[in-house]
Each structure stands twice: as structure tokens, then as C-alpha cells.
Design a protein around this ligand. Structure first.
Ligand SMILES: *[C@@H]1O[C@H](CO)[C@@H](O)[C@H](O)[C@H]1NC(C)=O
Ligand SMILES: *[C@@H]1O[C@H](CO)[C@@H](O)[C@H](O)[C@H]1NC(C)=O
Ligand SMILES: *[C@@H]1O[C@H](CO)[C@@H](O)[C@H](O)[C@H]1NC(C)=O
Ligand SMILES: *[C@@H]1O[C@H](CO)[C@@H](O)[C@H](O)[C@H]1NC(C)=O
Ligand SMILES: *[C@@H]1O[C@H](CO)[C@@H](O)[C@H](O)[C@H]1NC(C)=O
Ligand SMILES: *[C@@H]1O[C@H](CO)[C@@H](O)[C@H](O)[C@H]1NC(C)=O
Length: 534
């Protein structure tokens, strides 16, 4: 369980304002809905429940629960639940559809698909008095009081943490990861104990899966310009063992190398654009790299004719994502050829005055790379890729752009994160759901008991096979310590009196190192005779 305190900490972090030009109301240096979770390992240790039960004592709101994607009993699953905010009674159907779309997007064929049998997704409807989320720091009359600070597309906060907490605790083990879904079509959210998202078509699922990466796997960022880098996807001391050594494309430890790249500029501008003066930034290049990338995000700009993005006066040919409307989106312009040594200028010129005051420059970054022999940009390559923090400190990540913890437009985790995901979920889920016993007819002079093992539906029990996934269960039965070979790999056994131990070992190509034996489970059962079929 992660602390609510985390959220409180998130909006008062030091270093605020330092980056944001005047227009930005938020005091957080990071993009709260892209880099929103203010995670640190220290913070994650604080038990959240103890901090606020005493402070607030409110009853839970009415909740109508619908199952979205359910794989087993909540007592042995990790349960995610969407709560409705800003959906009035007439929008009940819309809420269930939005929640279902998001749950299916992140578990249907990607992201959490392979681990779906360890998870449940639910939707809990509470009618709000008003529709939508508040703006200008002022919540509407809604279930959890969601609001934006200004009108800009960034953080979405909640005014009623106690109501959210009461809603979640009233559901017991059905609410491991609460998600507050705010009824607004555009980008926005927040990480922490309560993940806040919107059903934005372009961004809702993308923010959700990134935030769940933080809260479930307990990993930090992989993108540049953040400050929280930790967990199974992060490495910062080249004289220590590489945490994802088991995934390196070239496993020879003497071949481990840092891919060659540098970040000469990054800015979280969060600035409204105007037609009188372009937003621009100058930076220096060493002239020592073969390729470069211009990465940025903008919102409020639905047409290509609304904006011109230039590097040293050269039009980069920006076109918005199809159907993006006023929503925020991320763009990459990869350019072969190095930047020359010396000063360069990146500029964003608003061409259409009608887009003021919605047009927003959110973030911009320049990266320079060596050629393919110095920096392998190819997807699927695992090595040490440098990531540059807000303060330009270097840590390393496993892949170039394979992971949604780096590139939010990517729908999947890298292998190091997926392995971490399995291990994190299996901390809270046993591979054995239970064991049932029933009497069968007598054999010789003893009545037999039929033991049936109920396993979490992985491997041969999976509802639908997943392409590229190879997995298996190995089941070993022991009676009074001795292996009963004929029952190996069976989930059923007809046995006489005795003490039985059944051990289950799961294997998947998505987990290569399992130091704590999380992929193993064991159950004991004593059959004490007297099993007579009536
Ligand atoms: C998953 O399904 C969605 C929606 O049908 C589709 O856009 C996406 O490309 C699919 N992803 C994969 C990895 O097949
Ligand atoms: C890096 O790891 C080495 C070996 O464990 C250790 O001696 C050194 O102090 C570490 N450096 C930093 C900066 O933590
Ligand atoms: C980060 O540090 C590198 C190496 O010192 C330097 O070349 C680069 O310009 C710096 N980037 C920023 C944004 O300060
Ligand atoms: C227009 O935008 C530029 C660049 O962000 C900024 O410096 C300037 O203050 C803005 N002008 C007005 C009138 O808002
Ligand atoms: C998962 O297990 C860990 C360790 O046993 C525990 O601290 C945590 O509260 C559990 N989380 C959930 C969601 O049950
Ligand atoms: C049991 O299943 C495992 C995993 O598929 C397999 O490796 C093993 O050979 C099987 N054992 C027997 C005795 O069939």
C-alpha cells in the first residue's frame, strides 16, 4: 500500500517554479500527468492508512460496482478499481464505457496482458451533482472534487481525499489500486496513492499505464528531465552489477557499454503561446554527434497550420496527431546528421491567433546520439542507455525507447519492467487459489479422497494464449515428504490418508531471475481417512 502522503508531498516539492515561466500556475516542476508520481523509495515506505484515518472520518459515498476484467477472487488478486468523478446520473453508462475501454486498452492485448490472470479490474459508480472536472483551482460539486489548477492540460487534483479513502476502504481487498476517473475529454492526471486520470482518447490509457508502472512495479522514470530514478529499470553506478544483466543483448560482462548520447537541452515550459513572440530556446552543441532528435509536446493545436516548429530557422514540418483536437500529444523528429558545434535555436511560432489562449508549449528536448555503432537505436536492444535528470545527472535505463516508463506513447513495458511487474504482483498473489477435497469410491480396502488444486489461470489454464509468451506449471505432489511421481504435473489426485504437500513452480520467458522464489507456491493438506462416499 502506498501512502496518501505521497500525494500531499507531490505538490509542495522544492525546486518548483524554478522552471516554469509565469503563466504556469502549478508549483510542480514535473509534468504531473506525464511525470506525475512523486516517488522515492523512502516515501514508499510510509504506511498511508495510519496517517489519515484519525484526521478524517467520513462515510463512503454510494458505490455501484461493475466487473470489467475479472480473473479470480479479490483475496488472491491485485485489484484495480475506477471511481467515477464528474459523471452525473445520466452519464452512468458513459462512465462504465470509459472505464471498460481503459481497462481493456491496458490489459486486452498489451501492457498488462500477460499478467492479467493475476489482476482484477472493477468500476464503481457514484453519481456526481455536476458534470466534468473543475478548473482554476475550484472543484465542482462532484464525488471526489477533481479539478485542474488553471485551465491548462496538466495536473488534475482531488479536493476530497477522505471521501476517496472511505470509498476505497469500504471495498476491502477489492481496492488495492484506486483510480479516480474524472469526466473530462482532455489530458490530465496525477500519480500517488490515488491515480487520477481522464478518459481522454489520446492520453487516458497512456497516463494510466505509466502511473500504474510507478505504483505497482515501484519503478521510477526512464524519461529525461525527471528526478526519481530507481527500481528494476534504473542503474547509476557502473562499478556495480547491472540490474538487468539477464536481459542484456550481449551478455558478456566485458562487453557492457554505455550507449553514446547527450542531452544539450530540455525544458518543461508549460507556456501559453501567442502570435506576437515565438517561444524559443538557445542551446549549445559540441558538434561531436552523428544524429539528433527533437522531442516535444504541445496542446491546443489541432491543425498543422496553427504552429511552426523550427530548428535554426528550418521548418521541422510538424503535423498534429490525427484527431488530436485540443488535447496534448508528444512528437519526435529524428534527424540524421549531427548538429554543428556552437549555438542553436529551437522555436515554436503560433501562426493562428484564434488558438490563443489554449495553444500551449508543454515540453521540449534535444538529444544527440552517436551513429548506430556507438548508440544502438534499434528496438529490442538491451544495454545501458543514459537518462538525464532535471539536474542533468546521468542514470542508465535498459532500452532506447522500448518502455512506456520512458516514452508514454509506447503501449508496453521493457523486459526489465515486465519482470519486475511479475515479481511485484506475485508478492500479493499466490499461484494456488485453493485446494478442494471430495470423496470418491473405495479402492481395495480404503476410501480415496480426490484432491483438486485450483491454480491461478496461467499457462495451460489461461483463457486465451498470448503470442510470444512461453510458460508452464510444474506440479509436484509429496506424501509424508516422498514425491509421488505419478501425480507430477497433475492438478488432481486420488489419495488415501496421509499428509500431502503440493508444490507449484511457474516458469515464464518474461522472468529470468526470481531471487525470492515468487514464482513458487506450496500448499499442505491432511487426509485423515474417514472419507466415505455416501
Ligand atoms: C491492441 O488492440 C488495439 C485496439 O484494437 C490496437 O490499436 C493495438 O494496435 C493492439 N496492440 C497490439 C500490440 O496488438
Ligand atoms: C559505486 O560502487 C562501488 C562498488 O560497490 C563503490 O565502491 C562506490 O563507492 C560506488 N560509487 C558511488 C558514487 O556510489
Ligand atoms: C548536460 O551535461 C552534458 C555533459 O556535461 C552537457 O554536454 C549538456 O549540454 C548538459 N545539458 C544540459 C541541458 O545542461
Ligand atoms: C508571448 O509569448 C512569449 C514566449 O513565450 C512570451 O515571452 C511573451 O511574454 C508572451 N507575450 C504575451 C503578451 O503574453
Ligand atoms: C503486497 O505485499 C506486501 C508485502 O507482503 C505488502 O506490504 C503490501 O501491503 C501488499 N499489497 C497489497 C496491495 O496487498
Ligand atoms: C512437468 O511440466 C514441466 C513444465 O512443462 C516439464 O518441464 C516437465 O518435464 C513435466 N514433468 C513430467 C514428469 O511430465
Amino acid at each position: 500500500m502506498l501512502p496518501l502522503l505521497l500525494f500531499l508531498v507531490s505538490i509542495v516539492l522544492p525546486g518548483s517554479l524554478a522552471h516554469g515561466p509565469g503563466k504556469c500556475v502549478l508549483t510542480d516542476t514535473r509534468d504531473p500527468a506525464h511525470e506525475l508520481a512523486p516517488f522515492s523509495e523512502a516515501q514508499a515506505q510510509i504506511p498511508w492508512t495510519s496517517t489519515f484515518k484519525d484526521d478524517f472520518d467520513v462515510p463512503p459515498p454510494p458505490l455501484e460496482i461493475l466487473s470489467l476484467v475479472v480473473s479470480g477472487p479479490s483475496s488472491n488478486r491485485v485489484d484495480l478499481i475506477f471511481f467515477a468523478d464528474g459523471y452525473v446520473q445520466d452519464e452512468r453508462e458513459k462512465f462504465f464505457e470509459d472505464a471498460k475501454r481503459l481497462a481493456e486498452d491496458i490489459s486486452g492485448n498489451q501492457t498488462f496482458n500477460t499478467v492479467k490472470p493475476l489482476m482484477n479490474f472493477w468500476a464503481a459508480f457514484t453519481p456526481s451533482k455536476e458534470s466534468g472536472v473543475g478548473v482554476g483551482g475550484k472543484p465542482k460539486n462532484t464525488a471526489f472534487g477533481l479539478y485542474r489548477d488553471g485551465t491548462e492540460l496538466r495536473g488534475v487534483y482531488y479536493a476530497k481525499p477522505a471521501v476517496a479513502a472511505a470509498a476505497c476502504s469500504s471495498l476491502g481487498d477489492q481496492c488495492d489500486y484506486p483510480i479516480l476517473l474524472g469526466n473530462d475529454p482532455l489530458y490530465g492526471g496525477l500519480g500517488g496513492r490515488f491515480t487520477v486520470i481522464t478518459p481522454s482518447i489520446a492520453n487516458g490509457a497512456l497516463i494510466l499505464r505509466h502511473e500504474l508502472g510507478h505504483s505497482i512495479i515501484n519503478v521510477g522514470e526512464e524519461y529525461d528531465g525527471g528526478y526519481a530514478y530507481f527500481g528494476s529499470n534504473s542503474y547509476n553506478n557502473l562499478s556495480k552489477a547491472v540490474p538487468w544483466a539477464q536481459w542484456l543483448t550481449d551478455p558478456d560482462p566485458t562487453h557492457v557499454r554505455v550507449e553514446r548520447a547527450v542531452m544539450p537541452m530540455q525544458a518543461y515550459a508549460w507556456t501559453l503561446l501567442n502570435t506576437s513572440t515565438p517561444w524559443s530556446v538557445k542551446f549549445d552543441s559540441s558538434g561531436a554527434y552523428a544524429r539528433h532528435l527533437v522531442r516535444f509536446s504541445v496542446s491546443g493545436l489541432p491543425e498543422a497550420a496553427d504552429l511552426r516548429v523550427e530548428l535554426d530557422g528550418e521548418d521541422l514540418g510538424w503535423t498534429p496527431r490525427a484527431d488530436i483536437g485540443l488535447d496534448r500529444y508528444h512528437y519526435d523528429v529524428h534527424r540524421d546528421g549531427g548538429l554543428s558545434a556552437g549555438e542553436h535555436t529551437l522555436s515554436f511560432t503560433l501562426l493562428n491567433g484564434a488558438r490563443e489562449p489554449e495553444a500551449q508549449m508543454c515540453s521540449a528536448e534535444i538529444l544527440e546520439f552517436g551513429d548506430e555503432s556507438e548508440f544502438v537505436a534499434t528496438p529490442g536492444h538491451y544495454s545501458l542507455y543514459p537518462t538525464f535528470s532535471l539536474d542533468n545527472q546521468t542514470t542508465y535505463r535498459p532500452t532506447n525507447e522500448d518502455c512506456l516508463m520512458r516514452q508514454v506513447t509506447t503501449p508496453n513495458f521493457c523486459k526489465a519492467c515486465i519482470e519486475g511487474l511479475w515479481l511485484a504482483l506475485l508478492r500479493n498473489v499466490s499461484l494456488i487459489d485453493g485446494i478442494d477435497a471430495s470423496c470418491v469410491g473405495s479402492a481395495a480396502d480404503e476410501d480415496l479422497t480426490k484432491l483438486t488444486l485450483r491454480l491461478v489461470p496461467l499457462a495451460q489454464f489461461r483463457a486465451a494464449a498470448v503470442a510470444g509468451l512461453s510458460e508452464s506449471y510444474t506440479v509436484t505432489w509429496r506424501k509424508d515428504g516422498q514425491v509421488i511421481g505419478k501425480f507430477t504435473n497433475s492438478t488432481e489426485a486420488e489419495v488415501g490418508s496421509g499428509q500431502y504437500t503440493i508444490e507449484v513452480q511457474y516458469a515464464t520467458n518474461e522472468v529470468r531471475v526470481d531471487r525470492d522464489d515468487r514464482l513458487k507456491a506450496q500448499v499442505q493438506y491432511t487426509v485423515d481417512g474417514g472419507c466415505t462416499k455416501s
